[in-house]
Design a protein around this ligand. Structure first.
Ligand SMILES: Cc1cc2nc3c(=O)[nH]c(=O)nc-3n(C[C@H](O)[C@H](O)[C@H](O)COP(=O)(O)OP(=O)(O)OC[C@H]3O[C@@H](n4cnc5c(N)ncnc54)[C@H](O)[C@@H]3O)c2cc1C
Length: 565
């Protein structure tokens, strides 16, 4: 079956929903498809906890937000995009307010804002510690107002159809019955989120497997800066559930086994609210040098909130308290929380400019799947949910304008039948003896141990060898469920296929980048090297593995300086 929609959005998290609303508002007569492999309100965006950044107050400014972001990015962020982003953020926060987002308030009834790592002003708008949940519900409800948004919930996109550098649509499996459909479109927006499940210890939902990045890459679109992966300082043990930076924003602090606030040594001014790359590295140094606590799930440090008192914890951090009690058996009102750095954010992604345009005509990317790049080598907390709002909005209106001006182009012959055969004959027909779970576990533990916070050339070479070997073994997997109805065996194989592709790019990019910048820290090259490496990595698909090229960083007014906090 082939259906036709002017604009198709893949992904219904914050970026996808915001894009759908903007597209529907730009072109009332346009038909807009919103495709999601899970029910929209299960998208990872609902997990965002701590806040959404915007300069709203006197004393703060767009300029200051931009400078904090540039410095946080370790000067790899594109400054024109960052300035644009910061200038649009206040509007988006207020728009959400008008659409009913229940922001936490000051006593005067204003949107309250809390401090966050790397920001020099309290600028995180928040809704207790369930910010993403409330933002998602606000956008979802708003999106229901538009009859021209047509929903494809629980459809898994398997390929993008690109010919002559033009997007023409995509193919997707209707998960409830296994039917392969084609969606013929003038414009497509990728809003498929990050790739966090590449790692073992991670804050991400199971569904965040980098599909959109791999789909674009295989269709010839370059991926940018994939070696930059963020580790958040405070993952709850043993699950990896996120303990929001908002906990430190509210005044929580980190302790080692000598009961010292060790951040004093590493970032005397900002302490626990230094950017995430710095806090995570400091924590790992404490652990490596023997000042961590030993536990059945590995070494850890403590996050102490007790001095905040029960009332404040209940009001500002209720989810943190609940998660700590349920998943770690620790009530933060009475005991410090056991934490360790955890994989949390994909700075890299589909190469897109500040108008969300990719190099392919009609194809846009927004949210975590995209690399615009405003985060550079290290994202500041709160800038991601806001990125989804700002650039989701831009992508929606740009794609709609493109669809208003252009006609449908013919689809290649038999494109859906060919994809059906690739998935259901070739892929599902595999009857080897390799287990999907085993390959996935090896990939994740390899990424964790060899491509983590501290990296070394030898480890990276070994990781590359292992990932290539896993890719070979993957050809010999077994998909035991041969049915068509909600075949999770098949979808997890497709997701693993995507992740292996991305893992190779992350490792290769990290191996080639012989410097330390932001979240990418090479023990064998511990200094930032602006002369040789102030540039973005671009990875292009070839049959023999990724080909890397480099493009310059856009600098408007902030020349790189040493980063001190
Ligand atoms: C635990 C946690 C807490 C966070 N807290 C904060 C915070 O406080 N502040 C902040 O700024 N950022 C935070 N972040 C980061 C931020 O939440 C994410 O970067 C952002 O929400 C990503 O949104 P998205 O719309 O790009 O993607 P997602 O919300 O991940 O949505 C992806 C969508 O793509 C769809 N999709 C994916 N693959 C396919 C496919 N093959 N076919 C069809 N559909 C597909 C999915 O169904 C889903 O709808 C947090 C992240 C995590 C993990």
């Amino acid at each position: 079956m082939i259906v036709q929609h002017d604009v198709t959005i893949v992904g219904a998290g914050l970026a996808g929903l915001r894009a759908a609303i903007a597209a529907a508002e730009t072109g009332e007569k346009l038909s807009i498809a919103l495709v999601s492999k899970i029910y929209p309100l299960r998208s990872h965006s609902v997990c965002a906890e701590g806040g959404t950044g915007a300069a709203l107050r006197e004393g703060d400014s767009i300029e200051l937000h931009a400078w904090d972001t540039v410095k946080g990015s370790d000067f790899l962020g594109d400054q024109d995009a960052i300035e644009f982003f910061c200038s649009q953020a206040p509007k988006e926060a207020i728009l959400l307010e008008h659409w009913g987002c229940p922001w936490s308030r000051t006593d005067q009834g204003l949107i309250d804002q809390r401090p966050f790592g790397g920001h020099s002003f309290p600028r995180a708008c928040y809704a207790a510690d369930r910010t993403g949940f409330h933002e998602m519900h606000t956008l979802y409800e708003r999106s229901l107002m538009y009859d021209n948004i047509i929903r494809y919930n629980e459809y898994f996109v398997t390929s993008l159809i690109i010919e002559d550098n033009h997007i023409k649509g995509l193919t997707a499996i209707d998960l409830k019955n296994g039917e392969m459909i084609g969606i013929h479109s003038k414009a497509v927006i990728l809003a498929t989120g990050g790739a966090g499940r590449l790692y073992e210890f991670t804050t991400y939902s199971y569904t965040v497997t980098g599909d959109g990045m791999a789909l674009a890459y295989r269709a010839g679109v370059p991926l940018k800066d994939m070696e930059f992966f963020q580790f958040h300082p405070t993952g709850l043990l043993p699950s990896g559930i996120l303990i929001t930076e908002g906990a430190r924003g509210e005044g929580g602090y980190l302790l080692n086994n000598k009961n010292e606030r060790f951040m004093e040594k590493y970032a005397p001014e900002k302490m626990e609210l230094a950017p995430r790359d710095i806090v995570s590295r400091s924590m790992m140094t404490e652990i490596i040098e023997g000042r961590g606590f030993k536990g059945p799930y590995g070494d850890y440090l403590l996050l102490d909130l007790r001095h905040l008192g029960e009332e404040r914890i209940e009001e500002r951090l209720p989810l943190i308290r609940e998660a700590s009690i349920k998943f770690s058996g620790v009530d933060p009102v009475e005991e410090p929380i056991p934490v360790r750095p955890v994989a949390h954010y994909t700075m890299g992604g589909v190469h897109a400019n500040m108008h969300t345009e990719t190099p392919v005509k009609g194809l846009y990317a927004a949210g975590e799947v995209a690399c615009v790049s405003i985060h550079g080598a290290n994202r500041l907390g709160t800038n991601s949910t806001m990125e989804c709002l700002v650039f989701g909005g831009v992508a929606g209106s740009r794609a709609a304008e493109f669809a208003l001006k252009n006609d449908f182009e013919a689809l290649p012959k038999d494109v859906v039948a060919k994809e059906e055969s690739r998935i259901f004959d070739d892929f599902m027909g595999r009857d080897g003896d390799e287990s999907i779970a085993e390959i996935r576990d090896t990939m994740r533990s390899t990424m964790e141990s060899k491509v983590g916070i501290f990296r070394k050339g030898d480890d990276l070479k070994e990781a590359l060898r292992i990932i290539k070997e896993l890719k070979n073994r993957f050809n010999n997997i077994q998909i035991s469920d041969k049915g068509r109805v909600f075949n999770t065996d098949l979808t997890s194989a497709l997701e693993l296929d995507f992740m292996l592709e991305l893992a190779e790019i992350v490792v290769l990019g990290a191996l080639k980048r012989e410097e330390s910048r932001g979240a990418h820290y090479r023990l064998d090259f511990p200094k930032r090297d602006d002369e040789n490496w102030l540039k973005h990595t671009m990875a292009y698909y070839t049959e023999d593995g990724p080909r890397l090229e480099y493009i310059p960083v856009t600098i408007t007014k902030w020349e790189p300086v040493e980063r001190k906090y």
